[in-house]
Design a protein. Structure first.
Length: 675
């Protein structure tokens, strides 16, 4: 090919496609959907129709000249909203001559792949007009549409949240997303060319099944106009003829004998729950435009299924929160969702009446000590804990490190040395370099990088317990070989259950741990003990339903998956606690990471003179079955575990008054006296 011909070929490839849609076809979302011919289920599927879904009409009536600049929709499951999200993304990108960058965010990358394959790709292929605009519909991360781009991202990747400037942000299933990460993503529209009358840049839409009250999607819905669908009672004399929210009246709005909807005031049968309108329950000048609707609106034909779900999930107590969330579209929280509320944590104070916040330094009896570090931008939350008598875990230090980069790594290494930490488990994200830098400042094998996973067969797995081929293929391990893989749900569950089972000894002066931190633009004294407590009160257990269609096309519910949701704040201390517990469990595992002998402090002379069997470090770990429990100086512990040796010589050797804690399995004491 001649150079001139090659040059023309390049120019032709770069040339924008001609406009496919006339300006009037793009004036509203509904007109675009009808003009494009995009079918909700792809080629061969039924054409688009709002029949049976009148509650979606105001959302499809969106005008391009007056768009929803901040839109939040809290709904029940299976209400047709994800399809509308695909339509809205295509609508904004369909003007071939105007560049509009659209980003669709989903909870996980797996959800992105599934939705792109089963929803977006078939929908676009059903429209010849859209396919003439799209360069490569099979591209997963970025689909080029004329001059515009549609990006698909998972919210668990920090890079995907921070790296792209966009004009339109569309989020699906916000209840499964982290609030702090969501706020970070909002910054992607700060340079958008789409500017509203009040200076709002870009467009943001949040869609989700309802979740916890005051959290995730309800947090934003509470700051919106809160348009709920109001159904009219057919009785013109009834006060509800002016409209009422049927979900608020559940189950009184159901006549179980006739299996029909009814007015809770007059008892009139309601044949059509969609005979109604939206009415705002929030301020009209709210920042967000909000809409809420539920499965009651799908009509009486769905009522038997809805009623069976209510009996199973609420009456029988199988999963009440998910019923209110997924069927009624209402925020709800199981009272038992928070495992460690304040009263549970309070019961862990006083388990050891001698335990107060200790001074920095190694424990005199050499208890195994672990440090957990959770990263959060400029803040690193640190928890240091030790094994102690009776199999308890002692919380010995809390701190928030307000440093970054090498400065933060140096300080964290200093903390580990000061407290004679045996193992450090540090969050590998968002700064992998910081975690590796910390590891290189401490003895080899002392620092382990933590990586969360989901649906793993066991709560945690250490990289030296895996086969070398698996390690070689793992991302990130080329630079660092010490990794611990944590099942996010299972491990945080067992870490919190330590409090529930009263196996954590908290200091009596728990609130007295105070640190100066940046809050609201200034440094103020903060009780990190109370902050630790607040973090545990803001993580709740939740269920994610697993639904599939059987051969007859009916939706079938499988066993749900469990997860953790953050509430009013991001509970970094909970994750740091989980990392510290992982480090403590390493001591109890089949393989141990021991600090180099040169890094250990020499035993005091009073301990070095004792027999190995009765040295405090040995007693704290237990020993093979022996005769100590039969000694007349031994007093058993009514709670189990370490007992008390009342022999004055043993106490004298330790330099403490009797009695001395000892194990009922200890042997070899030269002061042993039979009964």
């Amino acid at each position: 090919m001649k150079p001139e011909a090659a040059y023309r070929a390049i120019l032709e490839a770069l040339r924008l496609p001609p406009p496919e849609f006339a300006p009037e076809e793009l004036t509203s979302l509904l007109r675009f959907v009808e003009a494009s011919g995009i079918r909700p289920e792809g080629p061969g599927g039924a054409p688009f129709s709002l029949e049976g879904r009148r509650y979606l009409a105001p959302l499809y009536a969106e005008d391009r000249a007056r768009p929803f600049r901040r839109l939040v929709i809290m709904k029940a499951a299976q209400m047709g909203l994800t399809t509308r999200l695909m339509y809205r993304a295509a609508w904004w990108a369909a003007d071939a001559r105007r560049k509009v960058d659209v980003a669709l965010y989903f909870p996980t990358q797996d959800a992105v792949l599934d939705l792109h394959k089963t929803r977006f790709r078939p929908m676009m292929r059903s429209s010849a007009r859209m396919m003439r605009l799209i360069a490569d519909v099979d591209a997963v991360e970025v689909v080029r549409v004329g001059a515009s781009n549609i990006r698909f991202r998972g919210m668990r990747s920090g890079v995907s949240v921070d790296s792209i400037p966009v004009d339109v942000l569309l989020f699906d299933e916000v209840r499964l997303m982290d609030l702090a990460t969501l706020e970070r993503a909002f910054a992607r529209v700060s340079a958008s060319r789409l500017v509203g009358p009040h200076g709002e840049r870009g467009l943001i839409e949040l869609n989700s099944t309802a979740g916890f009250p005051g959290a995730d999607i309800d947090y934003y819905f509470g700051r919106s106009t809160q348009n709920h669908w109001h159904t009219r009672c057919p009785n013109t004399r009834c006060p509800n003829h002016k409209g009422f929210v049927m979900a608020f009246a559940w189950p009184e709005c159901v006549d179980p004998e006739r299996m029909a909807y009814r007015c809770p005031k007059c008892g009139a049968v309601i044949e059509d729950p969609q005979d109604g309108f939206y009415a705002p329950l929030g301020p009209k000048d709210a920042e967000w435009e909000g809409y809420a609707f539920n499965q009651i609106l799908l009509g009486p034909s769905r009522l038997p299924e809805l009623w069976r779900a209510y009996q199973r999930m609420v009456v029988e107590g199988k999963n009440p929160s998910e019923f209110y969330n997924a069927y009624l579209g209402l925020p709800h929280r199981d009272p038992n969702a928070i495992l460690v509320p304040g009263e549970v944590m309070d019961r862990c104070r006083g388990l050891d009446p001698t335990h107060r916040w200790p001074a920095p330094g190694p424990h005199p009896e050499g208890y195994w000590t672990a440090m957990g570090v959770d990263q959060r931008g400029v803040e690193k939350h640190v928890v240091i804990a030790r094994w102690g008598p009776a199999g308890r875990v002692y919380l010995v230090h809390l701190e928030v490190v307000e440093q970054s980069g090498e400065e933060a790594a140096a300080y964290l290494a200093h903390l580990a040395r000061t407290w004679a930490v045996d193992i450090v488990v540090v969050d590998a994200e968002p700064s992998y370099d910081l975690a590796v830098s910390l590891g290189r400042r401490l003895p080899r094998g002392m620092v382990w990088l933590a990586d969360y996973a989901h649906d793993r067969p066991q709560p945690l797995e250490w990289s030296d317990q895996r086969d070398r081929e698996a390690i070689r293929k793992s991302s990130g391990e080329a630079k660092w070989e010490f990794w611990v893989y944590l099942d996010r749900y299972k491990h945080l569950l067992q870490a919190q259950m330590l409090f529930v089972n009263r196996r954590v000894a908290l200091p009596l002066d728990f609130e007295a741990k105070v640190q100066e931190l940046h809050r609201y633009g200034q440094r103020v004294p903060v009780s990190v003990g109370l902050e630790f407590r607040a973090h545990f009160e803001n993580i709740a257990r939740a269920t994610i339903p697993r639904r599939r269609k059987d051969e007859a096309g009916r939706v079938v519910e499988d066993e749900p998956r469990y997860t953790w949701r953050h509430l009013a704040l991001d509970p970094h201390f909970v994750h740091a606690w989980g990392y510290a517990v992982a480090g403590l469990m390493r001591r109890e595992g089949r393989t141990e990471v021991l600090r180099p002998t040169e890094a250990r402090a020499e035993l005091p002379a009073s301990q070095a003179s004792l027999p190995q069997a009765v040295r405090p470090a040995r007693l704290s770990q237990g020993a093979p079955k022996g005769a100590c429990a039969q000694c007349r100086f031994f007093r058993p512990n009514p709670e189990g575990g370490l007992g008390l040796c009342e022999h004055p010589r043993v106490a004298e050797g330790l330099g403490v008054p009797p009695p001395v804690r000892t194990s009922p399995r200890t042997t070899g004491c030269r002061h042993f006296r039979g009964a």
